[in-house]
Design a protein around this ligand. Structure first.
Ligand code: CAA
Length: 379
């Protein structure tokens, strides 16, 4: 059992840390406040290879392992979780889904520009009435011979407007239940496809979350991923690995807040000494550090399983539920340690606390993770 990071891992971690501190930190408060999508920052992340980290270099990716991806996600999320969600969806849902299950033509046409960061992708599963209960898809993809006719609405779609390529899950054969669902590649600009207004969110406010409307959109059969009826399994398998990305985001949010609280506790004085000298604060810091480290180990194990192509449904669900609950708890404690300063924007921790909440909701709520874990332990 090795716990050491390789030289290459350390280099990637350093590069991501420097990029986040130098390029993302300036402006992060303003982007959050004004819900300004980080167009320039995402472009640079693409140039640095952060948008298709695990994709085979022959498709324009970085050919890196999942541990490298976790390290980069943590560093970027420490500073700007709005940027890291764009990165996570592009890497672990869209690029991974296309590379693993797409055919060669789809990879050349769609994966290459996504992996190079020239285009952004979106993963479209959630609907007004199908969030956790993902088999209850109302969006339909009617088989018309050489194409599908796509109708319906998707909700809360990350990269909803900034994306060019959308992986859309839709029901083709209602009688067949989840075996009648397909995954289709939809391009922005296809007639009948419109992007709804941007959601005004609590956290990750600089990322663009939209509803999407499909009104008789003609999607060529060539854009179906996998065999007819593979769409639900495609979504489940993709989300299973994708949860490592959101767990890493939660880890970064937690460790970012912890580092700020630790530094603040050594500067701020109360009752004649630094607050870090008071046991009430020391115990908080000890619990924060412990929970963060436990999250990190669960995430590294899931990433290792992914790199070995081993089953990881239970482990990635454990990593996500633990890391996201840790992020919510740690960020709340970080605000508490900062006292009144924690409640205002300049000190960053209030944003991290707002950003933490979504990690318990998207790519499967904490309740969904517990369903996945309990089914596995009871099987
Ligand atoms: N891998 C492969 N197959 C899987 C699978 C997996 N991880 N999970 C389920 N399946 C298969 C099952 O084997 C079953 O197939 P068979 O009948 O052939 O055996 C089929 O899928 C149906 O599975 P279940 O009966 O377990 O389905 P269920 O209705 O009970 O739901 C669930 C299970 C875990 C709750 C699932 O619906 C789920 O994960 N829901 C949450 C969806 C989600 O994460 N939504 C987030 C949206 S994406 C997002 O947030 C992206 C973003 O923008 C940030």
């Amino acid at each position: 059992m090795h716990f050491d990071l390789s030289e290459e891992h350390l280099m990637i971690q350093k590069a991501a840390r420097e990029f986040a501190q130098n390029e993302l930190k300036p402006g992060v408060i303003e982007r959050d406040e004004h819900q300004k999508f980080p167009t320039e920052q995402i472009k640079k992340m693409g140039e640095l290879g952060f948008m298709g980290m695990m994709v085979d270099p022959k498709y324009g990716g970085g050919g890196m392992d999942a541990v490298s991806y976790v390290l980069a996600m943590e560093e970027i999320s420490k500073v700007d979780a709005s940027c890291s969600v764009v990165m996570s969806v592009n890497n672990s849902l869209v690029c991974w889904g296309l590379e693993t299950f797409g055919n060669e033509e789809q990879k050349q046409k769609y994966l290459v520009p996504l992996a190079k960061g020239e285009k952004i992708g979106a993963f479209c599963l959630s609907e007004p009435e199908a969030g956790s209960d993902a088999t209850s898809q109302r969006t339909t993809a009617k088989d018309m011979g050489d194409h599908y006719l796509l109708n319906g609405t998707k909700n809360w779609i990350t990269n909803g407007n900034s994306a060019s390529t959308y992986l859309v899950i839709a029901q083709t054969n209602v009688e067949a239940g989840h075996r009648g669902i397909n995954a289709l590649i939809v391009e922005k600009g296809m007639p009948g496809f419109t992007v709804g207004p941007k959601e005004n969110k609590m956290g990750i406010r600089a990322s663009d979350t939209h509803s999407l409307m499909f009104d008789n959109v003609k999607v060529p059969k060539a854009n179906r991923i996998g065999e007819d009826g593979f769409g639900f399994k495609f979504a489940m398998k993709t989300l299973s690995g994708g949860r490592i990305g959101i767990a890493s985001q939660a880890l970064g949010i937690a460790s970012g807040a912890y580092e700020l609280a630790l530094a603040y506790s050594k500067e701020r004085k109360a009752f004649g000494k630094e607050i870090s000298q008071h046991q009430a604060i020391q115990f908080k810091l000890a619990d924060m550090a412990t929970k963060i480290e436990a999250s990190r180990l669960l995430i590294f194990r899931s990433a290792w399983l992914k790199d070995q192509h081993l089953p990881l449904d239970k482990e990635s669900a454990m990593a996500k539920v633990f890391a996201s609950e840790t992020a919510m708890w740690v960020t709340t404690e970080a605000v508490q340690i900062h006292g009144g300063y924690g409640y205002v924007k300049e000190y960053h921790v209030e944003r991290l606390m707002r950003d933490a909440k979504i990690t318990q909701i998207y790519e499967g709520t904490s309740e969904v993770q517990r369903i996945v874990i309990s089914r596995s332990v009871l099987a």
